[in-house]
Ligand binder design. Structure first.
Ligand SMILES: [Zn+2]
Ligand SMILES: [Zn+2]
Length: 409
């Protein structure tokens, strides 16, 4: 089968690989009808999330049809359409039972304390083959696969695999109350869903910050008030827009590959810190391999955290869902402590939110596909990765359609 395979930092290839086989009674094999590229995939190709095993199939977003199921999977049948939760969870440990699926005790073969298990990730996450492929093995399929009603089409469902739940999780742990003013840092795909989710939770105002006009346009179309950090100083602007108070909640939807401003009034301060940021990058990404403008790590890993903490009102809440690797260590602890901030963060507990989001799409409350800007055959995956990595105008979210479902493209 065709799949996107990680070879090295800066080296991913579309290749023919062996189809996956069942390994446990609780497994299922899914034939994918839709997959997607996530910003998290880029962290691995850029080298800002290291430890990938060469040969791992990338991708952690998928929708498909159940092809094979083990005896231990009693809630699914062959032929059913399903959405796949990005993170893998057993469903029976105490963490899963209380909704912390991303902290499952049993899903990660490296042990209870190894961290979140997910498809297509580094060794630490279990080295599970990912979903940018024609078929995938899904462990604990009774928990990780959710049946899709007919009305929820692939273009909607693919966004419920990872990024919509992640945005929703970010808004949930930010503790948004009706009327709150919420800052969303980063208007990539997860940022767009954090905006949508904040509005679903009746945020009074949503301020959205990014530097890419096409992303800001999409944020504004959803109802956010936008700030371009290469044209204005975002923390000053937030103070001005909030009567000098700051925002009640802030959500970091960027993570380790944050970029600092290179133009506009905020560039001066960021330039002055260039040395510090460079040191952060070198500590985080031991190996990088930029090529022709692709796979370049962000040049200011802690930039968003600095801005987010600075722009929060006293006693506000910071929610961090942007991905940071274990090697990231810079956080403005003093400023946060002295403002009595609450900080919630982590990997999304996908399985906790997916059933609810499927219902919301089915009843027409939300249309996640509005965030989908490209639909490419998986055979063009590498080109699509490059365009998404360069944050080319209009490239917000890319759906990949496997060869066997190509007639839909
Ligand atoms: Zn993702
Ligand atoms: Zn578990």
């Amino acid at each position: 089968m065709k799949a996107v395979v990680f070879h090295d930092v800066g080296d991913i290839r579309l290749e023919d690989v062996r189809e996956p086989a069942m390994q446990a009674e609780t497994d299922a094999i899914v034939r994918l009808t839709s997959s997607a590229i996530c910003g998290t995939d880029l962290h691995m190709v850029r080298g800002t999330m290291c430890g990938m095993k060469p040969g791992t199939v990338l991708g952690h977003e998928g929708v498909g049809i159940v092809e094979e199921i083990g005896k231990g999977v009693r809630n699914l049948r062959i032929g059913e359409r399903v959405v796949i939760a990005s993170t893998i969870a057993c469903g029976y440990c105490s963490y899963c039972r209380s909704g912390y699926y991303a902290q499952c005790d049993n899903a990660n073969p490296n042990g209870k304390s190894a961290g979140t298990a997910f498809f297509g990730g580094p060794k630490d996450t279990g080295s599970f083959n990912g979903l940018q492929a024609e078929y995938a093995r899904i462990p604990f399929a009774n928990v990780g696969l959710l049946k899709l009603p007919r009305e929820v089409e692939d273009d909607e469902a693919i966004l419920i695999s990872d990024i919509f739940p992640t945005g929703y999780f970010g808004a949930d742990i930010a503790g948004i109350k009706p009327g709150d003013t919420v800052a969303i840092w980063g208007c990539g795909p997860v940022g767009q869903f954090a905006i949508a989710s904040a509005l679903l939770m009746d945020a009074g105002r949503v301020l959205a910050i990014d530097q890419h006009p096409s992303r800001l346009d999409m944020a504004q179309a959803q109802g956010a008030e936008t700030i371009n950090f290469e044209e204005e100083d975002p923390t000053q602007m937030i103070q001005q827009m909030t009567g000098g108070i700051g925002v009640d909640r802030a959500i970091d939807c960027v993570g380790v590959d944050a970029q600092r401003p290179h133009s506009g009034p905020a560039a001066k301060e960021a330039n002055a810190k260039a040395g510090e940021y460079k040191k952060e990058v070198s500590e985080i990404a031991k190996e990088t391999n930029p090529k022709d403008g692709n796979w370049v790590p962000g040049d200011a890993p802690s930039q968003v955290l600095q801005w987010a903490v600075k722009s929060l009102a006293k006693a506000g809440t910071l929610s961090i869902i942007g991905v940071y690797p274990m090697t990231a260590k810079t956080f403005p602890i003093g400023m946060a402590m002295n403002k009595n901030l609450t900080i919630n963060m982590g990997n999304c507990n996908h399985r906790k939110y997916i059933p609810k989001l499927v219902r919301m799409v089915r009843n027409g409350t939300v249309r996640p596909s509005l965030v989908l800007t490209q639909k490419e055959p998986v055979t063009d995956a590498i080109e699509a990765y490059k365009a998404f990595d360069k944050r080319e105008a209009g490239w917000i979210k890319v759906e990949l359609v496997p060869k066997n479902a190509m007639s839909r493209v």
